[in-house]
Write a protein of this length. Structure first.
Length: 148
């Protein structure tokens, strides 16, 4: 069972997106996710490493949103309100949803925070990193954008 739960985190693993309800109430449709590269970050408002990384994730979101790159955060916060408050306090506008069983089926159980994955338009995991990334490494994820 453990191997099955963590199998999706391997490079090349296939992600079959479903609709995702964001903490702000909007819904990201699976069809939208399948048309672009998705940078997924696992985070929490109480995580000090996430607090250091999130400003760079926001910059990636701003730089990539018109270039076929969608930033999607899954928070381990207990309530949508906690996540909304954190996002608003810091001016973050990247898409965010609560983590849950479906996210664990896609990416496996959390081993650390933050975690970053890149899923290409074909639904394959093409990059993964556990733990805080350097700002230049986050900026380098633009290489996965589908349009220049």
């Amino acid at each position: 069972m453990l191997a099955a739960a963590n199998a999706a985190v391997a490079d090349g693993a296939a992600i079959r997106w479903t609709d995702i309800t964001l903490v702000d109430g909007r819904v990201l449709r699976a069809a939208e996710l399948q048309r672009q590269t998705v940078v997924v970050q696992m985070w929490a408002s109480w995580c000090p490493f996430c607090a250091k990384q999130n400003p760079h994730i926001q910059k990636l979101h701003e730089a990539g949103r018109d270039r076929g790159l969608l930033v999607l955060g899954f928070t381990l916060d207990k309530t949508p309100q906690a996540a909304r408050d954190y996002l608003a306090k810091h001016g973050y506008t990247f898409a965010a949803a609560l983590s849950g069983p479906q996210v664990e089926r896609w990416f496996g159980k959390r081993r650390t925070l933050p975690e970053v994955y890149v899923v290409d338009p074909a639904g394959r995991v093409v990059f993964r990193e556990q733990g805080e990334m350097f700002p230049e490494d986050i900026a380098g994820l633009m290489r996965f954008a589908t349009s220049k």
